[in-house]
Design a protein around this ligand. Sequence first.
Ligand SMILES: Nc1ncnc2c1ncn2[C@@H]1O[C@H](COP(=O)(O)OP(=O)(O)OP(=O)(O)O)[C@@H](O)[C@H]1O
Ligand SMILES: CC(=O)C(=O)O
Length: 550
Amino acid sequence: MAQVVASRSIQSTPLCPTSGSARDRTQNLLKPPSFASKVFPLGENNNKRSKLRLRSLQISARKSAPSEVIPMSPEDDPKIEEHLQHLRGVQPFGENSVGMWSKPTFRRKTKIVCTIGPSTNTREMIWKLAEAGMNVARLNMSHGDHASHQKVIDLVKEYNASHEDNVIAIMLDTKGPEVRSGDLPQPITLMPGQEFTFTIQRGVGTADCVSVNYDDFVNDVEMGDMLLVDGGMMSMVVKSKTEDSVKCEVVDGGELKSRRHLNVRGKSATLPSITEKDWDDIKFGVDNKVDFYAVSFVKDAEVVHELKNYLKSCGADIHVIVKIESADSIPNLHSIITASDGAMVARGDLGAELPIEEVPLLQEEIINLCRSMGKAVIVATNMLESMIVHPTPTRAEVSDIAIAVREGSDGIMLSGETAHGKFPLKAVQVMHTVALRTEATIPGGKMPPNIGQVLKNHMSEMFAYHATMMSNTLGTSTVVFTRTGFMAVLLSHYRPSGTIFAFTDEKRVQQRLALYQGVCPIYMEFCDDSEATFRRALDLLLVMFGGCVQ
Ligand SMILES: Nc1ncnc2c1ncn2[C@@H]1O[C@H](COP(=O)(O)OP(=O)(O)OP(=O)(O)O)[C@@H](O)[C@H]1O
Ligand SMILES: CC(=O)C(=O)O
């Protein structure tokens, strides 16, 4: 038997919980006009625990959108039961089913974010990346121009239009107030002990001096500061400065290429988090209806509020992922994440602004914080760095992916590997395989201790919690109907063992849900009659996945 838990928005309809059978009440309550969200695990018919059929009518305490909660059993409907016979999950998720040697489920839960660049910005490569497992396409606005990003956005939209069962979300990553060296005619080799100068004069690129793109650079740095170049690949100590230049001594040498990151250890640039260029790029994102902004160098919650207010003013439904990469963001982590829809552990700049040994600790802390607050979280940078030039990863890189998956990240990100690497498809395949294998060893039902603290009195929270418990106990997938994505996101944060099949009648919601751990978003028009909607959804699952719904 499968349990069905359903809810729908009500206006001011007085309810009469004592009249009629549970099924009658359910049918009445599930009728149009509104059909907010429903959650039900697909389960075993003969499992005794599944006899726990809830028959009571409850009224949701949700303030903004009051909803009725009507647990019911589709067992009463032979047609639904017939469908469920086909859809039962095959894999039990009891204590014995997980561990070192358990069989991986076929559907990966952790989502893969791919940066699109010169190696992958063609139709053929976008298609191949999507088939290999890309879930989110990231556009890095530090590179390229609007025309080149427009081409990628159009290609992803074309892919989505032709592959309804596998949609790719689009994430626009702002350049932010990053400090970069200027263009060089060719790479320069820097040797330890050598003198090297950065100047705020434009267009300088010689063997011992290069421009920097930030006029206050000279004011922000002080003698003795440690300057990290290209995410720490090279380092220099500041020896002296003039009105327009900073003279350094190379500590760790290397090859300096064009437009490399410059960070001062322990300091953030005194620039606003959203620069003029970023606002221009944000408008470009609004015009193109991207799904997410990844906002670089966020230092406080204020900037998130400012962006959200702007998006509201132009009616844009775009979610904001804050990039945690600035030393100044760490004391404000809680308020920044509270204001946002999710966070990215941007380990590149984070490991340059802060001591590198802090990065794994901060990664775990940020993931836990996001999970406890019901926010999405992505781990980024260097995940398969060696695959930019080699066809196989290092063992340390494989372990790094496994750690991010075990820590419960929603997404893991590829940067140079897919943007300009030699083996972009292999990198995605490795990420897919490692994530899938690791997920098979994660016991179901493990939740962060403080999950639910934010919404603890919220009826939806209880739905998500109990649906997850049932799904884990019965070894089933979960089906949720959602117009806004809210319920699917909530379920995702409980990390049920089985897949969350999220049916939505909003294409934008389907696309956005592509980022969330364990969620398989499916677009479907809802019927006026809710049971017909159930049936349509189950039919669709059968067509899409046959008997392998887990
Ligand atoms: N749209 C693009 N056009 C051209 N080159 C790109 C594009 N996107 C990325 N790249 C290239 O791929 C490299 C790796 O991409 P990535 O997104 O990691 O950028 P990054 O500049 O290294 O770091 P950050 O993510 O901090 O901006 C870039 O340094 C750049 O050389
Ligand atoms: C992704 C990014 O911006 C970083 O790691 O710094």
